[in-house]
Write a protein that binds this ligand. Structure first.
Ligand SMILES: NC(=O)c1ccc[n+]([C@@H]2O[C@H](COP(=O)([O-])OP(=O)(O)OC[C@H]3O[C@@H](n4cnc5c(N)ncnc54)[C@H](OP(=O)(O)O)[C@@H]3O)[C@@H](O)[C@H]2O)c1
Length: 248
């Protein structure tokens, strides 16, 4: 098992990609903190992990306010213990042209996709650095790398997270912490259920010609969380069916 004895905190683990990462980490021997808002789904994920012999615990948290992040991390500190692996996965992805985005949507996207990873990492990275080891994995998006009309706001939040991945690698890499990112392509999750038709169109342009399963994203997360990735710093692994490799 590649993550035996490690403690991993995964945000947005009550659904989709985060859930798949939580289950994959638990299969590799990690003790997993499943973080999300929906208590019922959170407890289900924990049960699913326990049924197959893994260990996990659910922490309910709304991550958009720093006070909530501080409350979460106090509870994690008291009942879970030192976090070896942080996966900043929770995210929202409303699409809309720049002229259609209202202030509330702007604030929600930035708070969820950028502010939450920033302050969670600001708490955990120094602790990891002090121990001389740790892994942070940011879940970004292909929208961080190319301009796409309905994705200006979402893409900019993920572009900022891509930059933070490099900045944190520079800041904490010398203390033994690996900070990296995964850029998923179109992936079948509860969050993309409504837009499945447009995803089906997008995938026709990909070398892979299909939507990803969340377990395929989780495989890269296991690699980045493991000792096998000990010399990998500040990079983004595109698990995107080849989307960023081709011009359409
Ligand atoms: N699916 C794709 O095609 C795709 C492609 C590229 C990148 N991504 C990125 O991958 C990540 C996961 O996407 P997904 O498709 O798995 O999404 P999803 O199924 O909609 O799940 C989103 C998760 O984020 C959590 N979350 C959202 N807002 C939150 C908040 N304010 N506080 C706490 N938790 C919050 C949700 O928690 P609750 O449900 O408990 O509220 C849920 O667990 C996102 O960062 C997304 O941008 C996805």
């Amino acid at each position: 098992m590649r993550l035996q004895g490690k403690k991993a905190l995964i945000t947005g683990a009550t659904s989709g990609i985060g859930q798949a990462i939580a289950e994959a980490f638990a299969r590799e021997g990690a003790y997993v903190a499943v973080v999300g808002r929906n208590e019922q789904r959170g407890k289900q994920v924990v049960e699913t992990i326990k049924i197959v012999g893994g260990s996990a615990v659910f922490f309910a948290a709304e991550l958009t306010a720093k006070t909530d992040i501080d409350r979460l991390m106090k509870a994690v500190d008291e009942t879970f213990g030192p976090v070896d692996i942080l996966v900043n996965n929770a995210g929202i992805f409303p699409s809309g042209l720049t002229t259609q985005i209202d202030e509330a949507t702007f604030d929600a996207v930035i708070a969820t996709n950028l502010k939450a990873p920033f302050f969670l990492s600001a708490i955990l990275l120094p602790q990891m650095a002090k121990r001389g080891s740790g892994k942070v994995i940011n879940i970004t998006s292909g929208a961080a790398f190319v301009g796409s009309p309905p994705m200006a706001l979402y893409g900019s939040s993920k572009a900022a997270l891509t930059l933070l991945t490099k900045a944190w690698a520079a800041e904490f890499g010398p203390n033994g912490v690996n900070v990296n990112a995964i850029s998923p392509g179109p992936t079948s999750t509860p969050g993309t259920m409504d837009g499945k038709e447009s995803l089906e169109q997008v995938v026709q342009t990909l070398p892979a010609r299909r939507i990803a399963q969340a377990t395929e994203i989780a495989g890269a997360a296991v690699y980045l969380a493991s000792d096998e990735a000990s010399y990998v710093h500040g990079t983004t692994i595109a698990v995107d069916g080849g989307g960023l490799a081709v011009v359409v």
